[in-house]
Ligand binder design. Structure first.
Ligand code: BEZ
Length: 211
């Protein structure tokens, strides 16, 4: 199945390292990141799971829960978690789904047969409180992901959700943001008391509203 932006995130119940979890119950009314990795006891994946464990407080600040998935069984995951802590110094503090029958991988299109018939690629899905998919990214098995970038996108998505703004190229927390076209100049004057600059009629920038 191909998941596209705006689609409803498929719900599922799966075995994880923290017991059986239902996706929608786990996420509650917050945000979520579901990310797949190809296989247990592999080097890039080991570094990734440790990196996400270290960043968990940053995800929590954003009211975002993380959930990993791979096609290996749960007893394999448990054995591997010790290695991840040894190597990265971070104990995995979020659930890792065991998906040996590929239910979750198939629901989210995480197996790309021309890359590998059996292994999940490095997919990332950001899911909003409305359970709609807000971001999809796919990396090859050989490239570890930049999870700071995922946090950056969540910051951008949450600004859009709360303030009707978009973020420009290479935006980072604290930079100016763009007022979306749906907001008229008159509305913008009310909505953005710090003022705005119209670089072009269609490109109006304002200081980040929540700072
Ligand atoms: C890795 O995590 O290092 C990896 C996993 C599957 C294929 C290639 C690399």
């Amino acid at each position: 199945m191909t998941i596209r932006l705006g689609d409803e995130a498929p719900d599922f119940t799966a075995e994880t390292t923290e017991g059986k979890i239902n996706l929608y119950e786990y996420l509650g009314d917050g945000w979520g990141v579901l990310f797949s990795h190809p296989k247990d006891f592999t080097p890039v994946c080991t570094t990734e799971l440790g990196a996400v464990a270290k960043l968990k407080p940053e995800f929590e600040k954003r009211n975002t829960k993380v959930l990993a998935v791979s096609v290996d069984p749960v007893d394999s995951h448990h054995k591997w978690l010790g290695d991840i802590e040894d190597v990265t110094g971070s104990a995995v503090n979020y659930p890792v789904i065991a998906d040996p029958d590929r239910t979750v991988s198939d629901l989210y299109g995480m197996i790309h047969p021309n890359a590998s018939d059996t292994l999940t690629v490095r997919s990332v899905f950001v899911i909003g409180p409305d359970k709609k998919v807000k971001l999809t990214i796919t990396y090859p098995a050989s490239t570890g992901r930049n999870f700071d970038e995922i946090l950056r996108v969540i910051d951008s998505l949450q600004l859009t959700a709360n303030y009707s703004v978009a973020t420009p190229a290479d935006w980072k927390e604290g930079d100016d943001v763009i007022i979306t076209a749906a907001v008229s100049d008159d509305e913008a004057k009310e909505k953005f008391p710090k003022g705005f600059e119209a670089k072009k009629p269609y490109l109006r920038v304002t200081p980040q509203p929540n700072r």
